[in-house]
Design a protein around this ligand. Structure first.
Ligand SMILES: [Ca+2]
Ligand SMILES: [Ca+2]
Length: 358
C-alpha cells in the first residue's frame, strides 16, 4: 500500500476564476423557482443551486451546483517556498522533500452537481439492499492482497494491518448510519454510481480529479477547503487531532492545538461547508475519483474537462482523512492513488451528476 501520512507538497500561484452562466439541469430540486418558471423557456432560467435524490426508506442524498469556470490546477512551489524549506531543516542547508504538480489552467465547461457529503452508511445500504451487491472486502476480489477478503484495519496502537473479516458491514471503527461508508473499493463506488444512474435515469458517477479540486477550491483559489491558513482552526474538519491522540497515543503526528472532537471518522456534515456548500471534502475520509492516476498526466492533459489517462494501474483519491496531520495532504491540489481494489478505514467517496448542455 502507499502511505497517506508521509508525503509533502506545496502550492503557489493565483487561480483565475471566471464563472460563466449557469446551465439548466434536470432532476428533482429544492429550488422553489423551478416550479414557477414557464415550461416553454427551460434554457433561460438558472439551474437550482441544490437538488435532492430520494433513495427510498426515508434516505436522501443532497447535491449542490458547481458552476462552470477556469482555475489553476496543481501547484509548483515558489522560490520563496523552496527557500523556506531549504532553510528550515534544523539549520542545515538541506532541501526538505516536497511534491510539485504541474501548475496549469483547466476549464470546467459543464456545470455539475456534487453531493454535499461523502456517501453515508445508510445511503450505501440502500444500494446494497436494492442490488445485493457484495463489496470487494466481502468477496475477496478482484485480486488484491493475494485475493484475501477484508481490508486494512487500524489497531489499538494506531497501526494498519490487514484483517480478513472486516468490511463496511463489520467495521472496526464506529459507523453509524450517518458516517461515511468505508472499506469500499473504487469498484464498489463505481457500482454504487451505476445503481444510482439506473434508478434515476441520469448519469451519476465519481468526480474527475479536476472536478474535485475545482470544487474544493470553492471559487476563490483557496489553498485548503477551509481557507488559506495552517493550522486549521474552529470547525475546519475532522483530522488527526488532539482528540485522536487520546485514542491513539502512539501516533507520532497530530495537528497540535486543534481539537475537532472525533478520534475516528465523524458523521458527515458536522463541520463547516466550503463556499459551494460541500462538507468534509478535506478530512473525515479520503474520496475516490474517477480517473486513472498518471504521474505526468498534467503536462499533457486537455485544457478543458480532463478525464485522466485512458488506462492505468491506480485510481485517484483526493482529500485528507481523520488519520492524517500533514499540512500538504490537506491542500486542495494534493493527489493520492490506490489500486481500484484497495479498501480501508479512511477511504470513501461522493458522487457527481453532470448537467446536460442546452
Ligand atoms: Ca479528529
Ligand atoms: Ca473527505
Amino acid at each position: 500500500m502507499r502511505s497517506r501520512t508521509s508525503l509533502f507538497a506545496t502550492v503557489t500561484g493565483i487561480m483565475v476564476m471566471t464563472q460563466s452562466a449557469f446551465h439548466v439541469c434536470g432532476g428533482q430540486t429544492n429550488d422553489k423557482r423551478s416550479s414557477t418558471q414557464p415550461a416553454t423557456q427551460p434554457t433561460s432560467r438558472p439551474s437550482p443551486k441544490e437538488m435532492s435524490i430520494d433513495l427510498g426508506g426515508g434516505v436522501k442524498m443532497e447535491l449542490v451546483l458547481i458552476p462552470t469556470g477556469e482555475f489553476m490546477m496543481g501547484y509548483e512551489p515558489s522560490q520563496a517556498e523552496l527557500a523556506a524549506r531549504f532553510a528550515k531543516f534544523e539549520g542545515k542547508q538541506v532541501l526538505l522533500p516536497y511534491l510539485s504538480y504541474h501548475y496549469h489552467k483547466v476549464r470546467i465547461s459543464k456545470p455539475f452537481y456534487m453531493a454535499a457529503t461523502e456517501v453515508t452508511v445508510k445511503q450505501f445500504k440502500r444500494f446494497v439492499d436494492a442490488t445485493d451487491h457484495k463489496t470487494d472486502a466481502e468477496n475477496g476480489g478482484p485480486p488484491f492482497e493475494d485475493g484475501k477478503k477484508g481490508g486494512f484495519a487500524i489497531t489499538k496502537d494506531g497501526k494498519e494491518e490487514w484483517q480478513e473479516d472486516i468490511s463496511w458491514r463489520k467495521p472496526s471503527i464506529e459507523q453509524t448510519d450517518d458516517h461515511p461508508v468505508v472499506w469500499v473499493s473504487w469498484n464498489d463506488a463505481k457500482a454504487f454510481c451505476e445503481w444510482l444512474s439506473r434508478k434515476e435515469s441520469k448519469e451519476y458517477r465519481l468526480p474527475t480529479e479536476a472536478e474535485w479540486e475545482y470544487a474544493a477550491r470553492g471559487g476563490d483559489d483557496r489553498m485548503f477547503t477551509w481557507g488559506n491558513n495552517w493550522p486549521p482552526r474552529g470547525k475546519a474538519g475532522n483530522f488527526a487531532d488532539e482528540t485522536a491522540k487520546s485514542k491513539f497515543p502512539h501516533w507520532t503526528k497530530i495537528i497540535e492545538g486543534y481539537k475537532d472532537g472525533y478520534a475516528e471518522a465523524a458523521p458527515v456534515g458536522r463541520f463547516d461547508a466550503n463556499p459551494y456548500g460541500l462538507y468534509d471534502l478535506s478530512g473525515n475520509v479520503c474520496e475516490w475519483c474517477r480517473d486513472w492516476y498518471g504521474d505526468n498526466y498534467y503536462e499533457s492533459s486537455p485544457a478543458s474537462d480532463p478525464q485522466g489517462p485512458d488506462s492505468g494501474e491506480y485510481r485517484v483519491w483526493r482529500g485528507g482523512s481523520w488519520t492524517i496531520a500533514d499540512t500538504d495532504a490537506f491542500r486542495c491540489a494534493y493527489r493520492g492513488n490506490f489500486k481500484p481494489g484497495y479498501r480501508d478505514f479512511a477511504l470513501g467517496f461522493r458522487v457527481v451528476y453532470s448537467c446536460p448542455m442546452h
